[in-house]
Design a protein around this ligand. Structure first.
Ligand SMILES: *Cc1c(COP(=O)(O)O)cnc(C)c1O
Length: 363
């Protein structure tokens, strides 16, 4: 670690690979012999076109997807996708089915409900979203336009460890906080979206990966920029794209490839989260994990301490140890330590060590 940097456990915007930040810094003032920064060049310039194409190609390669899928770069964050999905695909006759597994899943459902085209087919809200609904809990509606799931619940620290069988209904996933963190059978999904600021880049672009056949016919009644097929037809260049964000996502994708791809990311992310979960499980109840073990997230580890006073102390002392951003979301309380791809193994070791020492001093 650089001397003046901390281990950043923030949930989002989250930590980025140091190598990626340094590369961007090194080429900032004169991007690829243009004499300009990437912030200043035209999105139609060849130097940018190469960045755009390479980012798409690397993402598809990492996901193991072929020509029947397209990578889109959209804006408005994951929150805009919550609305665009029902606007593009759901109708009163064929509603969107929603699985409620946390706050962001609820927000997605609310946008569909606002349009009168949403239905809930499973929920783990009772008990405080401690698990992801299992396959058996899903009441699949064969008449639905799609099933929407939130694959990693950033706030509650739960994650899907299976791909839902939707009995032929198209599957849509919000993967904002675990996109490209592990291999998934992505071919089973018709559309995946991810605000990149959790695991892949700076805030400002949403990565959408979709089956071309699923998005080629958007309703003509929608404004141009609200239709997925506009982005499909125009290679995400109908309007000015957030070029710098896409450039950073491209660099992060290349970095993931260099680390050994998604299999290597999964191995690392499992190892890191296991360190922290082991401390929780061996703490005799000093640390209480929020998620049920079968639904535990490899990305966001959530836990409580015996009192709010100790929780405040934990946050303050963690920071003194160079561990930043460990405070949990107000709806769960306690701690949330985010262990995204770019969090080095050493960061998780430092966190687990600190947790053990803190327990000894305060139990
Ligand atoms: C952060 C987050 C969102 C919201 O993303 P914005 O880009 O802030 O709109 C949506 N879904 C999940 C799973 C998230 O973690």
């Amino acid at each position: 670690m650089e001397a003046d940097r901390v281990y950043n456990f923030n949930p989002g915007p989250g930590t980025l690979p140091l190598d990626v930040l340094k590369e961007a810094q090194a080429e900032f003032l004169n991007f690829n012999h243009t004499g300009m920064s990437i912030l200043e060049i035209s999105h139609r310039a060849p130097a940018y076109a190469a960045v755009h194409a390479q980012a798409k190609a690397d993402i598809k390669e990492l996901m193991g997807l072929g020509d029947d899928y397209e990578v889109l770069f959209m804006t408005g964050g994951g929150s805009t996708q919550f609305a665009l999905v029902p606007m593009n695909f759901a109708t009163k006759e064929h509603p969107g089915s929603y699985v409620l597994s946390g706050s962001f899943a609820e927000k997605a459902y609310k946008e569909a409900a606002h349009l009168g085209v949403g239905e809930i087919i499973a929920s783990s809200k009772e008990g405080g979203y401690r698990h992801v609904p299992t396959q058996d809990e899903l009441r699949i509606d064969p008449n639905a336009a799609y099933v929407h799931v939130c694959y990693n619940n950033t706030i509650y620290g739960t994650e899907y460890h299976y791909v839902p069988d939707t009995k032929g209904v198209p599957l849509i996933a919000d993967m904002s906080s675990d996109m490209l963190s592990r291999p998934v059978d992505f071919k089973k999904f018709d559309l995946i979206y991810a605000g990149v600021q959790k695991n892949l880049g700076p805030a400002g672009v949403v990565l959408v990966v979709a089956k071309k056949s699923f998005i080629e016919n958007s309703p003509e009644s929608l404004p141009t920029m609200f239709r997925y097929n506009t982005f499909l037809k125009k290679d995400s260049l109908y309007n000015t794209p957030p070029a710098f964000c896409i450039y950073m996502v491209g660099k992060t994708a290349a970095w993931i490839k260099a680390q050994g791809g998604l299999a290597a990311m999964e191995k690392l992310n499992k190892k890191k989260s296991a360190l922290v979960y082991d401390v929780i499980d061996n703490s005799n109840g000093f640390y209480r994990g929020h998620a049920e073990p079968a639904s535990r997230s490899f990305m966001n580890v959530t836990f409580r301490l015996p009192s709010e006073e100790l929780e405040k102390k934990f946050v303050a002392e963690a920071l003194e140890h160079g561990l930043s951003g460990v405070k949990g979301h107000r709806s769960v309380g306690g701690m949330r330590t985010s262990l995204y791809n770019a969090m080095p193994y050493e960061g998780a070791v430092a966190l687990a060590d600190f947790m053990e020492k803190f327990q000894k001093a305060n139990a």
